[in-house]
Design a protein around this ligand. Structure first.
Ligand code: PSU
Ligand code: MN
Length: 301
């Protein structure tokens, strides 16, 4: 069922480090045509660190782990590329659809292919106004039952971060800050919330992964929360001001469901003159590099 690229298969067989990369950020989280350059840049960053990138997506009903250049171009530029959470996978497979995979679908496919380390920008989570909309990303539930290590810059700051952290606790998903005692805020280095655990090196992270396996508890994930460098973060005052407008606009236009996250991210890009895009990219770049180092430490164990 899974199409694993030759390069990824070879790397796995030789126990070389592999990093899974998500495709929704490319198809629906970043503006075109920059998104294609970013997709290529992220793969190159993984290689620079000595690991093999495995971008994950569904093409013509087939889940792919590891894309070639032409397949990356389809994800970045093809019209009608869907956004697929894990619940959408059987529907896409059976109908022959093509789509980019969110954190939940990517984590599931990565785990099925035998990949353990995965990099993204920010996790989905509990949306503000949850009491009215019940909008909680499927990312959280899936991470509660999938043994992957996700390197992210926290959860997207468009969310209710406190509620999302609480849900991660309730669901039993391990969370550690990377070289920080503060939970990162996606575009911001600090979300305003603390973390209970701090890890300082890729080897420390790999040790936790080994302990997860040794303990043999529920098949849950490890979230490694890696802050965007403070000098590259979005100005917090600008962030607060524009996000407030974005949320009101989203509400006024009646945007719901899968469309909410792309709408808010795009609103922020347009109303910060691209500054939110640069902060998002800085965060993702850092996560991809760290994920490659963690995958390397993991492969050595
Ligand atoms: N990180 C980014 N940009 C994104 C996302 C993550 O920097 O666009 C995507 C991920 O695919 C995540 C999704 O799973 O946003 C969450 O969407 P939703 O709230 O609809 O579950
Ligand atoms: Mn959502």
């Amino acid at each position: 069922m899974l199409v694993v690229s030759d390069e990824v298969q070879t790397a796995l067989a030789r126990q070389r480090p592999v990093v899974a990369l998500e495709s929704t950020i490319i198809a629906h989280g970043l503006p075109r045509p920059r998104n294609l350059r970013v997709a290529r840049e992220l793969e190159a960053a993984v290689r620079q660190e000595g690991a093999v990138p495995a971008t994950i997506a569904v093409l013509d009903g087939r889940p792919h782990v590891g894309l070639d250049d032409e397949q990356v171009e389809r994800i970045a530029g093809e019209d009608g590329i869907r956004k697929l959470g894990h619940r959408d996978l059987p529907l896409a497979v059976a109908t022959g659809a093509s789509g980019a995979t969110t954190v939940s679908a990517t984590a599931l496919l990565a785990a099925r292919a035998g990949l353990r380390v995965f990099a993204t920008g920010g996790l989905g989570g509990v949306h503000r106004e949850w009491t009215a909309t019940q909008d909680e990303s499927a990312d959280l539930g899936l991470l509660a039952r999938t043994r992957v290590t996700v390197v992210c810059a926290g959860v997207k700051s468009i969310l209710d971060v406190a509620a999302t952290l609480q849900r991660l606790e309730t669901l039993g998903v391990a969370v550690a800050g990377y070289r920080t005692e503060r939970f990162p805020g996606f575009y911001l280095a600090d979300s305003g919330h603390p973390v209970d655990w701090t890890l300082r090196t890729p080897d420390d992270v790999a040790e936790v992964m080994r302990a997860q396996d040794a303990l043999d508890g529920p098949e849950s994930a490890l979230v490694v929360a890696n802050p965007v460098p403070e000098e590259e973060q979005l100005d917090p005052t600008l962030h607060a001001r524009v996000l407030d407008r974005a949320l009101r606009e989203c509400d006024a236009r009646g945007v719901t469901g899968q469309a909410v996250t792309p709408f808010l991210l795009d609103f922020l890009v347009r109303h910060t003159e691209g500054a939110s895009l640069e902060a998002n990219l800085a965060a993702v770049r850092g996560n991809v590099r760290l994920a490659a180092r963690i995958a390397t430490a993991w492969a050595q164990g």
